[in-house]
Design a protein around this ligand. Structure first.
Ligand code: TRP
Length: 336
C-alpha cells in the first residue's frame, strides 16, 4: 500500500495508556477516522516516549496492546491506516540521536511539558525526559509528514520539530518535509465533570471528573449523574453554565442534536433527567466499542499481525529518510 498518489501524509503518536477519556475519543480518535480516506495516516503507540517516566514493565506491555485495541475498536481501520509500535521501528531511536545533535539545550529548556513533568516527577528528571522532543521530531520527520493532529499542549513540540527540520535542511539541503501541526476543532474541548472550567484529563486524580472510554455502563451513568452543574434549573446553553454547556456539548457529539433540539427535548424537565439521558447515551454509544475491545484483547494473534504489518510498512518508509540523513551528515555506508 505504498503512497503512490499525492495523498498528504498524517502522523500522530499516542501514549500507551489504557485510560483514554471520552474527550480523547471525540477529540482525536473520531477525527482521525474522518481522515482515513483523504490522507495516508500513520499512528504510532509511543512506548519509547512512555519510559521517560517510570513504568511497570507488565503494565506497559499490557497497555501497548490495549491502546492498539482501543483505537481499532473505536473505528480506526488497520487496513486504511498504518498502526504500529514505536520500538518496533529502530529508525526512531536512530534518527532521534542525530536530531539530538541539532537541537539546542536552550530550546529544550523552554519546553513547558518538560518543566511541568520535572515538577511532577522531581525525583526522576532524566535525560530522556529532557530530550523527549527530539524523539518526537524524529517520529514525525522520518515519514515526511504533512500534518500532525495533536492537542494544543503538543503545539510547542511541533514548533520545535519545524525549527530542527529547518535547521537541518539549511545545513545539508532539503531533507525533511516541514510538518504542520493541526488541532482538530470538533470535540477538542470536553471539560471535567467535577470542575467544568477545566479540561477533562486522563490523569485527573478525581475519579468522577473524567469518563473513560472503557468505563462500565454503571460507572458512566453514575459519573454523569454526579456531574457538577449550577443552581439554575433550565437546560440551555448560557454563559456561566459551564457544567450544563459541557453536558450539551457531549450530548451533541454523541447524538448530532443541536442546542435548540436539546433545549426543546428537556424543556420543563430538570437537570436530573438531562444528566441521566446524557449518561445513557454515552453508555449506549460505547457499548459496541467495549465489545469490540474485549474481542480484540482476546485475539492477541490478530493484534500482533496488525503490529507487524504496520511496523514493516513504517520501517520501509522510515529507512528511506534515515539513509538520506546518514549520507548527508557524513556517515560512511557499511561496506557490503
Ligand atoms: N508527545 C505526544 C503526547 O504526549 C505523543 C507523541 C509522541 C506524538 N510522538 C508524537 C504526537 C509524534 C504527535 C506526533 O501526546
Amino acid at each position: 500500500m505504498e503512497n503512490t498518489e499525492i495523498k498528504k501524509r498524517i502522523f500522530s503518536g499516542v501514549q500507551p495508556s489504557g485510560n483514554l477519556t471520552i474527550g480523547n475519543y471525540l477529540g482525536s480518535i473520531k477525527n482521525w477516522k474522518a481522515f482515513e480516506d483523504e490522507y495516508e495516516a500513520l499512528y504510532c503507540v509511543v512506548d519509547m516516549h512512555a519510559i521517560t517516566v517510570r513504568q511497570d514493565p507488565a503494565t506497559l506491555r499490557r497497555r501497548t496492546y490495549e491502546t492498539l485495541a482501543l483505537y481499532i475498536a473505536s473505528g480506526l481501520s488497520p487496513e486504511k491506516n498504518t498502526l504500529f509500535v514505536q520500538s518496533h521501528v529502530p529508525c526512531h531511536a536512530e534518527l532521534a540521536w542525530i536530531l539530538n545533535c541539532y537541537t539546542m539545550f536552550g530550546e529544550l529548556s523552554r519546553m513547558t511539558q518538560f518543566k511541568d513533568k520535572s515538577k511532577k516527577y522531581a525525583s526522576n528528571i532524566n535525560a530522556g525526559l529532557f530530550t523527549y522532543p527530539a524523539l518526537m521530531a524524529a517520529d514525525i520527520l522520518l515519514y515526511q509528514t504533512d500534518l500532525v493532529p495533536v492537542g494544543i499542549d503538543q503545539m510547542q513540540h511541533i514548533e520545535l520539530t519545524r525549527d530542527v527540520a529547518n535547521r537541518f535542511n539549511g545545513i545539508y539541503s532539503d531533507t525533511f518535509k516541514i510538518p504542520e501541526g493541526f488541532i482538530p476543532k470538533a470535540g477538542a474541548k470536553i471539560m471535567s465533570l467535577a470542575e467544568p472550567d477545566k479540561k477533562m484529563s486522563k490523569s485527573d486524580a478525581n475519579v468522577n471528573a473524567s469518563v473513560y472510554i472503557l468505563d462500565g455502563r454503571d460507572d458512566i451513568i453514575r459519573k454523569f449523574k454526579r456531574a457538577v452543574t449550577d443552581s439554575d434549573t433550565v437546560v440551555c446553553r448560557a454563559e456561566g453554565k459551564d457544567g450544563i454547556n459541557n453536558l450539551m456539548t457531549i450530548y451533541t457529539a454523541f447524538t448530532g442534536k443541536t442546542d435548540a433540539e436539546i433545549e426543546n427535548e428537556f424543556s420543563g424537565k430538570g437537570y436530573g433527567d438531562f444528566k441521566l439521558a446524557v449518561g445513557e447515551t454515552v453508555a449506549d454509544a460505547l457499548a459496541p466499542v467495549h465489545a469490540e475491545f474485549d474481542r480484540l484483547m482476546a485475539d492477541k494473534a490478530y493484534l500482533e499481525t496488525v503490529m507487524k504489518n504496520g511496523a514493516d510498512y513504517a520501517s520501509y518508509l522510515a529507512n528511506k529518510t534515515l539513509s538520506k540523513v546518514y549520507r548527508k551528515v557524513g556517515f560512511v555506508q557499511k561496506p557490503r
